[in-house]
Design a protein around this ligand. Sequence first.
Ligand SMILES: Cc1cc2nc3c(=O)[nH]c(=O)nc-3n(C[C@H](O)[C@H](O)[C@H](O)COP(=O)(O)O)c2cc1C
Length: 378
Amino acid sequence: MCNLKRLTAVLTAAALSLAMSVTAFSADADTGFADVAADAWYADAVIYCCDNGLMRGTGDTIFSPDSNMTRAMLATVLYRLSGSPSLENENLGYPFVDVPGDSWYADGVYWARMTGVVDGYGDNRFGPSDPVTREQLATLLWRCAGSSDAASGNIFADESDISSWAASAVDWAQANGFVNGVGDNRFLPAGTATRAQVAAILMRYTQSQEESAPEPEGGRDVLVAYFSATGNTENIAEHLETALNADLYEIVPEVPYTDEDLNYSNSDCRSNQEQNDSAARPAISGGVENMGDYEVIFLGYPIWWGDAPKIISSFLESYDFAGKTIVPFCTSGSSSIGESAEALRALASDAVWLDGQRFSGNDTLETVEQWLDSLGLR
Ligand SMILES: Cc1cc2nc3c(=O)[nH]c(=O)nc-3n(C[C@H](O)[C@H](O)[C@H](O)COP(=O)(O)O)c2cc1C
């Protein structure tokens, strides 16, 4: 009886402690980590760094925000920040006696040593488990970013404590707003950096890089111009925009087409009248301001009675396409692009016209990408 009571008590205690530990380690729904509250000052940074593959938890639901960042962790994070370049063809003679080649941080440390981002301690040791100091953190990030000079204009109260090898890096990190002083405008160069602080600095740094990155080439040179009365051609145009990182321009009629206008079973409907009139040039609302910037124009339209709608003629006659490449595409119920594109060529004969392609209105991004690949245009 006594034993049964004890057993019951032990089981109850075990169940309770299990329940408590489950509570203690259950992840915060917003951050994914039990030890990162959604309203913590570093929560956004932790989520950002994890979402972008720069940092990971120290356990399934644990981030350890207050733990020191070690030198091995930082080398690994900077390696990821640089895109984890392949080391396959490198001669992986690991340069430090305390960095085993099969350790989780070996590639990061090797890469960082090879690119000059880290130094060892001078006795063939790297000190992978040693905490990173704040001045080391600034220095490694600065080297990763190309070691450019930037005067901060602000002198930390403990400026004289900053090691000479870290001075330029701390200036740069401060001038760019990546590091802040602690109370009394002190930098605490030898103080250790926590994982939460590193996440915050990495987020500031990475976001500043994204903001200053030049616009990708395709965003300026390629235009996807289209007319779409019922949305099918628009769907394909948007796939092209995505696949090519192109600019998108909708050819909008000054007078929109109503359902009645498009009711081609009525021989008098507006669309039928226009298609039967070789001189019809429906007016376009607005225009492309910087047509001169584009080298390649994808031109999309629905097939109307085997041809492009006349508003496409209006578009082609509105600009100088000399020397530009035009790639026609269309959607239709079943007709091929056929002669519709042939007929358009005469309206911009100075352009280089590529063969066009017909799509269904619901074709996928993958289908559109396959076409682009077949043209060698991606
Ligand atoms: C006036 C008119 C004429 C059409 N003529 C044809 C045709 O000749 N062949 C065909 O396959 N589809 C024809 N269609 C169907 C459209 O080409 C097809 O629905 C197209 O995907 C619509 O594209 P949108 O949604 O971008 O306007 C016609 C549609 C209209 C409104």
